[in-house]
Design a protein around this ligand. Structure first.
Ligand SMILES: [Zn+2]
Ligand SMILES: [Zn+2]
Ligand SMILES: [Zn+2]
Ligand SMILES: [Zn+2]
Length: 322
């Protein structure tokens, strides 16, 4: 009977998690059994006094029901946000990871870091909330000039924008950190890791003092399950020492452009092998300080490289006058 158990693993995936016969809640490990073999959920077992089985009155044992525990780990469960619209099902052991990035979860306002907004709601409502309550934090888009005011390398600062591009929402965070003596930009997608893996962002900073000076960063998008400050701490974002940033600021004004591009992972990225073409190109392109790359450094990545705004990049001679 047990000889075939390995081959049956896959059928467990379709099984629903069994309920505890006492409280009718779904079972979770550790699952203990009575001496007759009834399995009770963890909570019910803990509450038993004296420790006898409520079904057959035989004493409870310390025997775990390992098969049932494993089956529960592998059973497919619907997302807890199913009623909100999520159709995702997953093994119950993966549920916590999914909840962090489920786009149907209720989310805090990204501006809650400033402790000025306590909004909590669904992603599809978030842009409306921004338009209503934070209109100056959602009025930017790819390839338009973002001008920041009151930027001083001696003062901590943090600016957050919500960006919609296609069907996706992104959070752009800019931070001046006087303790680390660094300025950071990160763009994170609201959604799953896989979507994040398929996007890169660019930050183009042109000096307000001398428009021949420009620095360009290309970095990966993370998703929003990781805090921006953690991205900054790991330096996996656009980073500029404050001493250098100072050359780009004039009268406390700093401007930059950003681009969010699709850059799907190739098999090379997954295997982490250098067996295909484009890797060198993109790493060389990172953090170069040149004007020659305004045609878009990732534009060469291949035919599928971008579905984002790829119109031929205009030179940086926009209507910057304000
Ligand atoms: Zn129970
Ligand atoms: Zn029993
Ligand atoms: Zn979900
Ligand atoms: Zn808010």
């Amino acid at each position: 009977m047990f000889a075939s158990i390995k081959s049956k693993k896959s059928t467990w995936a379709a099984v629903e998690i069994p309920e505890c016969p006492v409280c009718l809640e779904t079972m979770s490990a550790p699952i203990l059994q009575c001496s007759t073999g009834h399995s009770l959920c963890h909570n019910c077992t803990n509450k038993l006094y004296p420790p006898t089985c409520p079904i057959c009155r035989q004493p409870m044992s310390q025997m775990r029901n390992w098969q049932l525990e494993e089956m529960i780990l592998k059973a497919k469960v619907p997302c807890p946000n199913k009623l909100a619209g999520c159709v995702y099902t997953m093994m119950s052991m993966n549920i916590e990871d999914h909840i962090k990035e489920c786009i149907f979860r209720t989310m805090e306002c990204p501006l809650s870091v400033f402790r000025r907004c306590s909004w909590n709601g669904a992603l599809k409502e978030m842009m409306n909330h921004f338009k209503e309550r934070h209109p100056t934090n959602c009025n930017v888009s790819s390839d338009t000039e973002v001008e920041l005011d009151k930027i001083d390398i001696h003062e901590d600062n943090r600016i957050v924008y919500l960006i919609t591009q296609g069907k996706l929402h992104f959070i752009l965070t800019f931070k001046v950190d006087t303790l680390q003596k660094m300025a950071y930009w990160a763009i994170q997608v609201i959604g799953g890791k896989n979507i994040a893996l398929q996007h890169v962002f660019e930050i183009h900073v042109t000096s307000k003092k001398d428009d021949r000076r420009k620095v360009v960063f290309i970095e990966h998008c993370f998703n929003d399950s990781i805090k921006p400050d953690e991205v900054f701490r790991q330096n996996k974002c656009a980073v500029l020492p404050l001493q250098a940033l100072d050359h780009y600021i004039l009268n406390k004004k700093l401007s930059f452009r950003f681009f969010i591009k699709r850059a799907p992972l190739t098999s090379k990225h997954n295997k982490d092998k250098h067996d295909t073409t484009n890797d060198n190109k993109s790493s060389k392109a990172e953090r170069s300080d040149s004007r020659s790359r305004q045609s878009g450094p990732t534009a060469n990545r291949g035919p599928r490289a971008s579905s984002g705004p790829r119109a031929p990049r205009k030179c940086n001679k926009p209507s910057t006058t304000r």
